[in-house]
Design a protein around this ligand. Structure first.
Ligand code: ZN
Length: 436
């Protein structure tokens, strides 16, 4: 038995929808795309999607989903104050169960907004993995390694990272994969970065890291080392491994050439970069140089939401504003960043709606007043639609959201668990040393 999205308009990379079609799904794959009324077989579950648009599931290419629990804990401060004085002290209070419930909260927010796949970096990763399993998304999971050198601390960090890969790479029928994630060049010694790259190579998984996010970070690094963080990663051989680099806000033309030459995928997080006062990444220049740029939200503590519809709109607007050029980063190009480019970064076949592709399908209502009338579907999606317009979300052939209802976890339970835990964290912030 299959599922048919009947009479639906489709947006998919490089293919303009000209008329409604039927999209039939069977066995976790898109089995057929045919003219309306022709796809259903006896026994199929047929959804009438008149007035709606189907697109490939959105891919959040850089996040720390559990940080949904820290949403709003520290706003309006710069990156290093935010990290050192607010986020890290709170994170030291987090238990694996906190990370589980924070992750469930973030995943529910994301899937309701049409995100079907995430690239995550955090700690207590087994708890993140359990949350991904329970809510039903696809994910690439990694442990954020922080160590000055390969001493006892460094070796323990690498062991933890390897444990995540061994446990989660290929889990849940392949829905979950893994990466090795040295947090950043400034938080990991050279030998740690090299050991991480070797580990990634051994398991054939990518490196996931933060790179050249803040101007001060890059200036300080360059003053001490004489070369940029990107050039450092190149010199020590890390970029020989497929690399996913979040941010890349402060990169020179030479850096961009290096990123292109090594096939690095840049994970662009425009809202987080703007909110932390870090600037706007030169992604139009990167794309001209042939760099694959995917789109992420970063964590909810620096965004403060995990909504890729807002992120797409912001990405397009910021790039046009800062370049004073309305032509760059079209609606189509930004949709490709949020779908196909994310899949390309991960080496996966998701991010498209085509026969044989994995059935990650998002259906959006285009009849809402704030979207009507429709002259151009991609314009509607990027510039006018809200994530609340998402009606159905199918991942790997299974509905996770259907007709606006979440199918996998109890949202009331999620909300009450999160409120209790946030209360404890608030008390811990007010009285340091008292919270477990
Ligand atoms: Zn991040």
């Amino acid at each position: 038995m299959g599922t048919v999205f009947s009479n639906v308009n489709v947006w998919t990379p490089h293919c303009e929808s000209t008329a409604p079609v039927d999209v039939r799904v069977e066995g976790g794959q898109i089995a057929a795309i045919t003219s309306p009324g022709s796809a259903a077989s006896p026994g199929d579950d047929v959804l009438d999607c008149a007035g709606m648009l189907a697109l490939p599931g959105l891919i959040n290419a850089h996040t720390h989903v559990a940080m949904a629990l820290l949403r709003g804990c520290a706003d309006d401060v710069p990156l290093h104050t935010w990290l050192e004085e607010h986020v890290w002290p709170i994170e030291r209070m987090l238990t694996p169960d906190d990370v589980y419930w924070g992750s469930v909260l973030g995943l529910v927010e994301m899937v309701r907004a049409g995100t079907t796949q995430i690239v995550d970096m955090y700690f207590h990763v087994d708890a993140v993995g359990r949350a991904v399993r329970d809510v039903g998304l696809r994910a690439n999971l990694s442990y954020g390694i922080v160590a000055d050198s390969m001493d006892d601390v460094g070796r323990r960090e690498l062991e933890t990272a390897e444990g995540v890969v061994a446990t989660w790479h290929g889990a849940c029928g392949g829905r979950i994969r893994a990466a090795v994630a040295p947090h950043a060049v400034y938080s990991c010694g050279e030998d740690v970065l090299q050991a991480a790259a070797k580990l990634a190579g051994r398991y054939t998984v990518p490196i996931h890291t933060h790179l050249s996010e803040a101007e001060k970070e890059v200036d300080d690094w360059s003053n001490v080392h004489g070369v940029s963080p990107v050039a450092t990663l190149e010199r020590i051989g890390v970029l020989e491994v497929p690399t996913l680099a979040a941010h890349c806000v402060h990169v020179s033309e030479d850096d961009i050439e290096r990123l292109a030459a090594h096939g690095v995928s840049v994970l662009h997080c425009p809202c987080s970069n703007a909110k932390l006062g870090n600037g706007v990444a030169p992604i139009a220049a990167m794309q001209r140089a042939g760099v694959n740029v995917a789109l992420g939200t970063d964590g909810a503590a620096s965004n403060n939401n995990l909504d890729l519809f807002r992120e797409m709109r912001t990405a397009a607007l910021l790039q046009k504003a800062i370049r004073r050029d309305a032509n760059i980063l079209s609606a189509d190009a930004v949709l490709e960043m949020a779908t196909e480019n994310g899949a390309r970064a991960l080496g996966l076949a998701t991010g498209t709606l085509a026969v044989g592709a994995p059935a990650d399908v998002v259906v959006v209502d285009l009849e809402c007043a704030h979207v009507q009338p429709i002259y151009d579907a991609q314009s509607a999606l990027v510039y006018a639609s809200h994530s609340d317009d998402v009606v159905d979300v199918m991942i790997d052939g299974a509905f996770v959201v259907r007709e606006g209802n979440l199918m996998t976890v109890d949202e009331d339970e999620v909300r009450s668990e999160v409120k209790v835990r946030a209360g404890r964290l608030r008390d811990g912030m007010a009285h340091p040393g008292t919270a477990a």
